[in-house]
Design a binder for this molecule. Structure first.
Ligand SMILES: [Zn+2]
Ligand SMILES: [Zn+2]
Ligand SMILES: [Zn+2]
Ligand SMILES: [Zn+2]
Length: 418
């Protein structure tokens, strides 16, 4: 048999008994010993697994016997069970204690549990006894071992210590979490503090505003107030700010409106609802109202101008205002002298410019006729803001009304009064 240079000396703890008589079929040609974990190559030659693996990594990537190429140790296959059994049953002798007649596959049991000459550690090594010696000396050591008798106590102490270590680790983790939470809380507190200071800054002006709101309605309706008596009222009205001023049902003319302007300007930041219906303010009064008050930035949302002898000329002022206004949502112009000219102008401004008015009341303007209908229809198609249009008791025919009804048929929540 050829012998090769690698010495796989992994069986140094035992010797084969009568090695020369072992069948050469059972011998590895690399280490010259009986196979240990034998494997076969694809060329059907057998070696110890470790021997052939070392061979192909350290020597050549080919079979030592026939030189056929070996790519990797993944190509090896385990040899048959009978061959492995024969190898396992080979008789050996323990190199430590010299005991003969052991089977090779029982050697691990012998050395780990039985061999008296094997060097071992104390059974109390786990509780810190650092004795080591031959197995046959262990019993003698145990008679003087200081640790083994303390096993119950030491075990308890070790367990307790481990519990302390665990608790300490838990406290460290808890502390880290608390620190993290604390950081988050601090951030939240900062945010809240910032918000609070914003609220505190706004609060005074809010209080001032609500103060104005709480007493903000003044009602002088239906009291036969003339331009003359209005001047007395105006003096009283200058002491406060109002959100609603009710002057409907009096006999105020354009002259009264001229005097009223100072009140309206005084309330230009608070006034939301102005009632002037059923007076005689006429086109001139409307002109003054728009020139001196509504052309500036006002807060007015509702304007009641019904029954005031307003004609198309007055409507012209109103359309100028509607072109640029951004607050007025409700406008009452019922029972005036508005004709198709005024009606068409209103329809045009609502079609093109105004995107704020929600409610327009034109009822009882008898001179608004079918010739305004196409303007309203076009307006209703493009204006998406207006929600209510009142054209009752105007000069519309059934046909005109039908056209208007058709125009709003597909508008959602639109209320057309005709
Ligand atoms: Zn071998
Ligand atoms: Zn081969
Ligand atoms: Zn032994
Ligand atoms: Zn010991």
């Amino acid at each position: 048999m050829k012998k090769y240079l690698i010495d796989n000396n992994n069986n140094s703890n035992y010797e084969y008994e009568d090695e020369k008589s072992i069948d050469s079929e059972l011998m590895c040609s690399i280490c010259s010993k009986p196979f240990s974990e034998p494997v076969s190559t694809t060329c059907d030659h057998t070696f110890c697994r470790e021997c052939i693996s070392l061979w192909i990594t350290k020597k050549k990537k080919s079979c030592p016997t026939c030189r056929q190429q070996i790519k990797s140790d993944g190509e090896f296959t385990q040899v048959s069970r009978p061959l492995r059994n024969m190898l396992d049953r080979l008789p050996i002798k323990c190199s430590h204690c010299g005991q003969k007649g052991l089977q090779r596959d029982n050697y691990n049991d012998h050395i780990n549990k039985i061999c008296l000459k094997k060097k071992i550690t104390c059974t109390a090594a786990d509780i810190k006894c650092d004795w080591s010696g031959l197995r046959e000396e262990l019993q003698k050591h145990l008679t003087i071992c200081k640790f083994e008798p303390l096993r119950p106590l030491l075990t308890e102490l070790i367990t307790t210590n481990q519990q302390f270590i665990n608790q300490k680790q838990k406290l460290i983790t808890d502390n880290e979490q608390l620190t993290e939470q604390n950081k988050k809380h601090n951030i939240q507190i900062n945010e809240l503090t910032n918000k609070l200071s914003i609220v505190n800054n706004v609060l005074p002006s809010l209080e001032k505003f609500t103060e104005g709101q709480s007493n903000s309605i003044i009602d002088f309706s239906q009291q036969n107030i003339t331009d003359r008596s209005l001047t007395n009222i105006i003096q009283k009205m200058m002491n406060k700010n109002y959100s609603v001023i009710q002057l409907q049902g009096n006999v105020i003319t354009s002259q009264g409106i001229t005097d009223l302007i100072q009140v309206l300007l005084h309330n230009s930041k608070t006034l939301i609802d102005l009632w002037l219906s059923n007076n005689c303010i006429s086109d001139l009064g409307v002109g003054t109202l728009f020139d001196s008050y509504l052309s500036i930035n006002s807060t007015l949302k509702q304007l009641h101008l019904g029954s005031n002898c307003i004609s198309d000329r007055g409507v012209e002022y109103i359309t100028f205002m509607l072109e640029v206004n951004s607050t007025l949502t409700d406008l009452w112009l019922y029972n005036n002298k508005i004709t198709d000219i005024g009606a068409r102008n209103l329809a045009l401004v609502l079609r093109q410019d105004n995107r704020i008015l929600k409610h327009l009341d034109l009822q009882w303007n008898k001179s608004i006729t079918d010739s305004s209908v196409e303007y309203f229809v076009a307006m209703l198609k493009s204006n998406q803001t207006l929600e209510r249009l009142n054209l009752r008791k105007c000069g519309l025919s059934i046909n005109g009304k039908m056209q208007l009804l058709q125009a709003v048929a597909e508008k959602k929540d639109f209320k057309l009064y005709i």
